[in-house]
Design a binder for this molecule. Sequence first.
Ligand SMILES: *Cc1c(COP(=O)(O)O)cnc(C)c1O
Length: 291
Amino acid sequence: MFDSIAHTIPDQKLKLNSPIELTIKRLDLVHPQISGNKFFKLKYNLLEAQKLGLKKIITFGGAYSNHIAATAFAAQQFGFESIGIIRGEELVDKPLNHTLLTAQKFSMQLNFISREQYRQKDQTEFLTELNQRFPNSYIIPEGGSNALAIQGCTEILTAADRQNYDVICCAVGTGGTISGLIQASSAHQSVLGFSALKGDFLQAEVEKNTINKNWKILDDYCFGGYAKIQPELLHFIQNFETSYKIPLEHIYTAKMLYGIFDLIQKNYFPAHSRILVIHSGGLQGRISLGE
Ligand SMILES: *Cc1c(COP(=O)(O)O)cnc(C)c1O
């Protein structure tokens, strides 16, 4: 499944009124529902679970997690059972949102836990209990970011990408995707991340994963924080989609492209910079703009 995906990702050049060259790598076209970067993050994790002879995949997320939906899909494709530990007990009695319905459609068993319990999700005791409750399981952390995920994300860039571009841009949540891109990038390139949330914890997180220095994460374009919806951003999405016929969502990719356009206008990039933008998908969580 994964190798065939990697070879079908198209690149699309945008027409700009600027000497900057902007190319979008359409990971969103990998699957209509599943975030493209999540496939790369899952690849080596699922291969490892298979090698270990395990039968189930357990992972964690909030109700809007693209990672939850992607894991459900990929686990099913690989013949694993999947279990999603979802933050928020109160959701048990509510109708499932689109993300959780998607996960359920791909046979994920959803377990809702309190926010308090959820905070223990990385602690040994909690994980041991999970393993006892669901034997033969492989556990993937929240957002899917671990060493094997980063290894998978190095494969987002092709050999040509490492030659033909000066800057690589991506949206940042937990920092796994950008860590892989940094590892894969050439020394003459820089990697620029646009954070979907406020905070500089990401800086330290990514520093743990790489010794390279050719990168930067900006949180100037997070629009108030994770999954916040602001009219200016929705307006940008509508304009962008009309101009370029490329769909965006408000949590990750729209913030990144808003930021890139703003930086281009402020002459942040040297003239004639060749920029490769990773469109990481996320369209299953796309809100209706009233069209
Ligand atoms: C998960 C996700 C990201 C962030 O990836 P991280 O590896 O967590 O930084 C970016 N864009 C989309 C569409 C996503 O679903």
